[in-house]
Unconditional design. Structure first.
Length: 475
């Protein structure tokens, strides 16, 4: 009996013994799962256990305990990732006439899929692109006009993937100040660990109505385990429950749910994070001369209100070496695996399972990487040049809701003939990961000009980059 291609791939990957600076937050450490019999607990709804969609026993108790820990009135366990949390948020909304919702243009794709599922139309807010990193790290709430009277909800991401956050408190205050009752929905996928004084305040503490945690990203829950928290009266609990019933499996994994229950208890052990902080500060002081490292000094600039120290974002431009080359160096020489990288940035993510030794290994790796680069070690490395993709053209006109565009008949045409057509795909340069055009929008001169002159790079969602074609909606 062979273990199969997937099994072989996994065991090959594991054998490398890499040091994880990526999800999941447990970092493969057994201590989080002590006493949990993986095979024996791979169960779903059985007599004596409980029902995820209408819990009344052990699951109800576990969810209630998680609500207590994270400061919610009610908590729902998610076993299809944070993705379903964003989707359920939109399905649960009771609409005002306009069926519109405020979303960040750079939102995670699950928010975009939530628009397709719900039929809601987006009112975009545009995040600020940080010139040093070419990434959307902040949102200037003062400059954004939220059309409170015209929307069913306001959805925001807090913190960003990179650990930066805008001033959510101000947004919540603005709603009260202007006398609106609009629900504020927060994608806190990357900040499930925001408890206690080591991290910025959680969105629940600040007063958000619905808050999503991708608990597997930084806490100890198994991959795909997440939580959706609710408080207050603005969201119908019945509708929320019904939405989750539509989206979640009818055979929820007890392994995932048991890992969520434990993750809450481990999250209260602040010492697990506290012991990392000094080493992270040390890393900053040792490598900031060679790289541009996002740090607390960035607070107050480019719409950044807080920076989470457990995310280490470095930009390799000062070194002049493309980030992928640096990633290879760190992997080969130090067994370090980051969470993500692009041409010039690398993101290293700590989790509740990270250790001070991990951080020291990363510090050493980065220091030696810098010395190697300074001594001319990267002889044949391509010079790091930034593609001119910073300018985000004016927002194209929305002709069809993302849902109508998704279900419409589409055809692929030469890109150069697409002016004025309704586009049938969502195209984003990454970085910064802000769509130039979203399905259902009308092609403009500015967007077309940008696409026609697009050089190679990482284009997300553009099927026809090589053939210079684009999907449009048939009219
Ligand atoms: C901001 C944000 N929201 C939501 C999600 C979806 O979470 P999950 O991967 O748990 O489905 C992600 C995933 O990366 C994310 O980055």
């Amino acid at each position: 009996m062979t273990v199969g291609d997937l099994g072989e791939g996994l065991s090959r990957y594991q054998k490398q013994g890499l040091c994880s600076f990526h999800t999941p937050g447990h970092k493969g450490r057994q201590e989080f799962f002590k006493g949990l019999d993986f095979l024996g607990s791979d169960l779903t709804e059985l007599p004596g256990l409980d029902m995820l969609h209408c819990p009344s026993g052990i699951l109800a108790k576990a969810q209630q305990r998680s609500a207590e820990i994270f400061g919610a009135e009610e908590t729902f366990f998610l076993i299809n990732g944070g993705t379903v949390g964003n989707q359920a948020m939109f399905l649960a909304l009771e609409h005002t006439g306009a069926k519109r919702v405020v979303v960040e243009r750079s939102s995670h794709r699950s928010v975009m899929s939530a628009l397709v599922l719900s039929g809601l139309k987006p009112e975009y807010v545009i995040p600020t692109i940080h010139p040093d990193f070419n990434l959307p790290l902040g949102l200037d709430v003062k400059k954004q006009q939220i059309p409170w009277q015209a929307v069913s909800a306001c959805h925001v991401t807090y913190p960003s993937y990179y650990g930066t956050a805008f001033e959510l408190k101000q947004l919540l205050e603005e709603r009260t100040l202007f006398g609106f009752n609009t629900p504020i929905l927060v994608d806190q996928a990357h900040g499930s660990h925001y408890l206690g004084s080591l991290f910025p305040p959680s969105a629940l503490k600040l007063g958000a109505d619905l808050v999503l945690h991708s608990s597997h990203k930084t806490l100890s829950a198994l991959t795909q385990s997440a939580m959706l928290h609710v408080q207050g009266q603005r969201i119908s609990r019945t509708r929320l429950r019904q939405s989750l019933e539509i989206l979640q499996s009818s055979s929820p994994s007890y392994l995932l749910m048991a890992s969520l229950e434990r993750a809450g208890e481990f999250a209260l052990d602040f010492g697990r994070w506290d012991c990392l902080k000094e080493d992270v500060e040390n890393l900053h002081s040792k490598v900031s001369n060679s790289f541009r490292v996002l740090s607390q000094n960035d607070v107050g600039t480019y719409g950044i209100h807080t920076v989470d120290w457990s995310k280490i974002l470095i930009n390799t431009r000062p070194l002049g070496i493309p980030a992928p080359r640096c990633v290879d160096y760190l992997r080969e020489g130090y067994g370090i695996e980051p969470e993500l990288w692009d041409e010039e940035n690398i993101l290293f993510m700590l989790g509740i399972g990270s250790t001070p030794e991990d951080v020291r290994r990363l510090t050493k790796g980065l220091e030696n990487l810098a010395s190697f680069a300074h001594s001319g070690g990267f002889v044949e490395a391509k010079k790091l040049v930034r593609n001119d993709r910073l300018r985000i053209p004016p927002l194209p006109h929305l002709m069809l809701s993302p849902r109508d565009a998704f279900f419409a008949r589409k055809t692929q045409i030469p890109l150069k003939e697409s002016l004025g057509h309704i586009v049938g795909e969502t195209i984003s340069p990454y970085p910064p990961g802000i769509p130039l055009i979203v399905m259902g929008e009308q092609m403009t001169c500015e967007v077309l000009g940008t696409l026609l002159t697009a050089s190679e790079g990482r284009w997300q969602g553009w099927d026809g980059f090589n053939s210079q074609t684009i999907w449009i909606v048939e009219e």
